[in-house]
Design a protein around this ligand. Structure first.
Ligand SMILES: [Fe+2]
Ligand SMILES: [Fe+2]
Length: 168
């Protein structure tokens, strides 16, 4: 719950500024930056924060052989890109997060596009990125970032993103 409250205030008060863009541009090319800029400012700051936390974590813990840092940070910046298909403002998002707590099963059957994207954005994002030639490992990070028990060659990257995402 505290994470949700933090998310809300970050979404309302924080913006992606020059310093953040400096970091983002190190990892995204112009095509990816265009996609990123289609996110709501709330989702941009979320994606930036997840990517930055992963970057700091890898610096502090030392690099691991089985983690491709640049690939993972790029994926972290784009992990919720499926949400550009149907943008939600922070109030709508907060309402869905609360409803999800109590009525998840009913909500998943809803015909509302916004609610569907909320649950399927990983798959939607994966499909958006299929337009460009990315490695299977990169695409898997986006596709499986909300899945449990993923079997992928780079599952450590997926797990690290999942862990940081759930705390951000
Ligand atoms: Fe997500
Ligand atoms: Fe996320």
């Amino acid at each position: 719950m505290i994470i949700r409250i933090k998310q809300f205030f970050r979404g309302v008060f924080q913006r992606v500024g020059n310093d953040e863009y400096k970091f983002i541009k190190k990892y995204l090319d112009s095509y990816e930056l265009d996609l990123f800029n289609k996110l709501t400012s709330y989702e941009k700051i979320h994606a930036y924060t997840v990517a930055k936390k992963i970057s700091d974590k890898l610096i502090n813990q030392g690099y691991k052989d089985n983690i491709d840092r640049d690939r993972l940070i790029k994926a972290a910046l784009l992990h919720d890109i499926g949400k550009i298909e149907c943008a939600m403002n922070i109030i709508e998002k907060s309402i869905i997060v609360i409803l999800d707590k109590f009525f998840r099963n009913k909500l998943k059957k809803s015909k509302s596009k916004k609610i569907n994207i909320y649950y399927n954005h990983a798959e939607v994002g994966y499909n958006i990125l299929l337009n460009k030639e990315y490695s299977e490992e990169f695409l898997n990070i986006i596709k499986f970032h909300h899945c449990d028990n993923v079997e992928a060659a780079n599952k450590e990257e997926i797990q690290l993103l999942k862990q940081v995402d759930s705390q951000t």
